[in-house]
Write a protein that binds this ligand. Structure first.
Ligand code: HEM
Length: 186
């Protein structure tokens, strides 16, 4: 998504340069400290927005131990115990019930005040509840670190459009072929 959106890439790069500039005045010099990672707020918003549009865990299942009453099209429907349920973040993340212009890439949806307005189950890239992803924080920091070093050193472009590559519903969402990227060293 960064390669498709040079304007957001540039905002990230400014933030990244600032974070490294700040750390030059500290003992950590040119390394990305844990504290610096927490200051990369815009990079984080871009990653969150990317996972909204393309949740790698696009669907997961649950088994209902107890019956459940849900509101469905204004009617109260009882789902019996023993039902297998499929939760599909891909659909939830693109629902106009939760997101305005859901197809639009807009990192500011994840400004704290915007996120606070939404149902907390409207964003599920790491699932939710007691069996959610135990690697969520690690995964976020890993993605932030890779994105930061790439954007610090390169401007990225692509000749592809998202719709050029079919996404396969394997266990995780998998592109049918590699994307073409152009890397220009800064
Ligand atoms: C961007 C990176 C990642 C994404 C998007 C992701 C996503 C998810 C999702 C959606 C689930 C729930 C699956 C379900 O309910 O059926 C899950 C579960 C899990 N994830 Fe991740 N994950 C990521 C990184 C990691 C990492 C780095 C680790 C380990 C270090 C990890 C370990 C696990 C484990 C052990 C579970 C099963 C938890 C349970 O069933 O109690 N994940 N992950």
């Amino acid at each position: 998504m960064m390669a498709l959106h040079p304007e957001f890439q540039e905002i990230c790069r400014k933030e990244i340069d600032q974070v490294f500039e700040d750390s030059l005045h500290s003992q950590h010099e040119d390394t990305l400290t844990f504290e610096a990672l927490t200051n990369l707020k815009y990079v984080e918003r871009c990653l969150l927005e990317t996972m909204r549009l393309y949740p790698s865990g696009f669907a997961f299942m649950r088994y209902l131990k107890k019956s459940l009453n849900i509101d469905y099209k204004g009617k109260n429907v009882k789902v019996p115990a023993g039902t297998d349920i499929i939760i599909i973040p891909w659909v939830i993340h693109r629902s106009t019930q939760y997101y305005q212009n859901p197809e639009l890439f807009d990192p500011d949806r994840f400004l704290p005040e915007q996120s606070a307005k939404r149902n907390s189950y409207s964003y599920l890239p790491f699932s939710a509840g007691p069996r959610n992803c135990i690697g969520q924080k690690f995964g976020m920091n890993e993605m932030k670190t890779v994105a930061t070093y790439v954007l610090r050193n390169f401007e990225i472009g692509t000749t592809d459009k998202v719709e050029d590559v079919t996404l396969l519903p394997n266990i995780t969402l998998t592109p049918e072929r590699d994307y073409n990227f152009m890397f220009k060293r800064r």
